[in-house]
Design a protein around this ligand. Structure first.
Ligand code: ADP
Ligand code: ZN
Length: 610
């Protein structure tokens, strides 16, 4: 079996398989059907690309994302595979060339869009060639239960009947157990080898910051990531344009992306980003489906997304190459109401209800001081196996741990004295002694705890409630008008003086900035030679331009980073670097070695190996 590892190294330049890749590949080679749910960046494409070097015939890859096909084919070709695609963007002549190479038996990989399967003559054609495997990408599109159902995908149900002897491997990054079952049934998979990988993205650092001054916070964040590529998500077109203008005024190369732009403008802006010509794309959620750029180093949400699904997917676009990348969410309570406003426009009551529930889960994520990774995985029903993740703001200790027992007792007493029949805002109003109409009508200004917390302000009490909610001392009924209730453990705090600890964020701006400076991101940020990295990036950009492909296809950031740690000085040292396969070594090795040599010459104080 060592031959698979050898192929991994010589073709792709990688030294080890990512989780599950080897099992999947072995099963594909054995001719067994496969169904795999793996997160973005998990390395799905390698699972069907590597077998082309073992199997006889062409691997047909079915993918709905026509805009990605060219990049995928270019990536495969750069690694020395013979690959092509057939879709509506090709001219007659181009298509004919592709058909010729398939018939000649020389094509290892063919990418097609699902709608080809409606064309009888195409099926007849496929019957005349040797097919090794059908690989179905984005397989969740076949399920009506999924979030991205595409009617074209239903045609794929026929593959098994038309080609009963050819194995099928289906891949997706998102599928609930129900959707998974549906995919297996619809594709008619026979005793498939099933993989459901962890949804954890260990190289992503998650952080939530209270929104105090959006513009300043954006600039601070970008300063930390100067020179790197990333996405800023916001909700409206208007704010996309404003943020873009602000960044450009600050000398940062940024472009907008939203539904108000023409198709051409959108395509051009995406291209420019893909090719590293600009560093930042400022976008509404419309951006992302057709992108598999591997060197996205950060994703910044300037306002809270509608759901955890959306948040996971959008942040998931960072760090596909496995290198450390940061996801920051700026959390302002005012933004919640903007989303509620949209939800309230919905006609269907059930849909509205669902949307509210999803929004509340998202707010919990932002507001609770629980390990972000744990929270994300828990949302997808996965239990995180470690105590701390060391790659989120909470685990890294951005907040201070303090005894909050007294405050907890005060606010729980207010909840208890009003018979556990009121929601968050009303309870906080009681604490700070607000004179609202409701308080006066209900005579809540006469209870003992009224105004007991007026020295602290509303935000403080909101934070205390968040702590108690996230630690389960109180609960909030999942309803449109949720009320606060004491749990059994909460009663122990109130009546038996059980201790409560909370993590509070430093409150003043000065403190916040102080904290900011102190933080260095865990992982490998900055532990490579950044000056050399800039120079190698230039080399990469020049080659990419000549080949007319995005730079990350030439070498990933991860590969360049490793060069900037090891300073390889000859071809055999370069070959040891992850991501340098035989083909790339031969084609580009020299250009990079020359640059490294010159750099070391310019910087004689750098001694290799230290
Ligand atoms: P997915 O389709 O699952 O989102 P990709 O197939 O695009 O992921 O792979 C993401 C990145 O990881 C690509 O740059 C790919 O070359 C890289 N990759 C895949 N397998 C490995 C591996 N075994 N070792 C290192 N990098 C890998
Ligand atoms: Zn954590």
């Amino acid at each position: 079996m060592n031959t698979l590892i050898n192929k991994l190294k010589t073709i792709f330049g990688y030294v080890s398989f990512r989780p599950n890749q080897e099992d999947i590949i072995q099963n594909i080679i054995k001719g067994r059907d496969v169904f795999a749910v793996m997160p973005t960046g998990g390395g799905k494409s390698l699972c069907y690309q590597l077998p082309t070097k073992v199997l006889d015939g062409t691997v047909i890859v079915i993918s709905p994302l026509i805009s990605l096909m060219k990049d995928q084919v270019d990536t495969a070709k750069e690694n020395g595979l013979t690959a092509s695609f057939l879709n509506s963007s090709l001219s007659k002549d181009e298509s004919r060339n592709v058909y010729n190479s398939i018939s000649g038996g020389s094509l290892e990989l063919l990418y097609i869009a699902p709608e080809r399967f409606i064309m009888g003559h195409f099926i007849d054609y496929l019957k005349t060639i040797k097919i090794a495997l059908f690989a179905i990408d984005e397989a969740h599109c076949i399920s009506q239960w999924g979030h991205d159902f595409r009617p074209d995908y239903l045609e794929l149900s026929n593959i098994r009947t038309i080609f009963p002897l050819i194995p099928i491997a289906a891949f997706t990054a998102t599928a609930t157990p129900k959707v998974s079952q549906d995919i297996v049934t619809r594709l008619n998979l026979k005793d498939p080898f099933i993989i459901r990988a962890s949804f954890d993205r260990p190289n992503l650092f998650y952080r939530v910051e209270e929104k105090t001054n959006e513009n300043v916070q954006i600039l601070e964040f970008l300063e930390k990531h100067a020179g790197n590529q990333g996405i800023i998500y916001t909700t409206t077109r208007d704010s996309v344009d404003k943020i873009t203008a602000n960044l450009c005024a600050g000398g940062i190369k940024a472009l907008p992306y939203h539904a108000g732009l023409s198709q051409d403008e959108r395509r051009n802006n995406q291209e420019a980003f893909n090719k590293d010509e600009v560093n930042v794309i400022v976008a509404t959620i419309a951006f992302g489906m057709g992108i598999d750029k591997s060197n996205i180093r950060f994703v910044l949400h300037v306002s809270i997304p509608k759901s955890m699904e959306g948040y996971y997917q959008e942040t998931g676009r960072a760090g596909r190459d496995g290198e450390p990348s940061e996801c920051l969410l700026l959390f302002g309570r005012g933004d919640i109401n903007k989303i509620k406003y949209f939800i309230d426009q919905m006609q269907d009551e059930q849909e509205k209800d669902q949307a509210y529930k999803k929004l509340y889960k998202m707010v919990d994520y932002a507001a609770y001081n629980v390990c972000r990774r744990k929270a994300i995985l828990a949302y997808f029903d996965e239990e995180y196996q470690h105590e701390t993740c060391n790659a989120c703001d909470i685990c890294q200790g951005d907040r201070v741990r303090v005894d909050i027992t007294i405050d907890a007792q005060k606010i729980m007493s207010a909840i208890s004295r009003t018979e556990q029949r009121f929601g968050i805002n009303h309870i906080i109003d009681i604490m700070v002694g607000a004179r609202t109409k409701r308080i006066i009508e209900l005579k809540h200004d006469t209870i003992k705890t009224y105004g007991i917390g007026k020295d602290n302000g509303k935000i403080h009490w909101r934070n205390i409630l968040n702590e108690l909610l996230s630690q389960g001392f109180i609960s909030l009924e999942d309803d449109k008008y949720p009320v606060l209730k004491l749990s059994p453990s909460g009663k122990e705090v109130l009546f038996k003086s059980k201790k409560v600890y909370g993590l509070l964020s430093p409150e003043t701006k000065a403190e916040r900035l102080g904290q900011h400076k102190k933080i260095t991101i865990t992982g490998d940020f900055g532990s490579y030679d950044t000056a050399l990295f800039q120079r190698l990036r230039e080399v990469r950009a020049t080659i990419a331009k000549r080949q007319n492909v995005p730079p990350f296809i030439i070498f990933s950031d991860k590969t360049l980073h490793e060069m900037c740690i090891k300073y390889p000085s000859n071809l055999s040292e370069l070959k040891e670097i992850s991501g340098v396969g035989d083909m790339k070594l031969e084609r580009y090795g020299f250009a990079f070695l020359v640059e490294i040599k010159e750099y070391l010459f310019d910087n004689p104080h750098i001694i290799k190996g230290r």
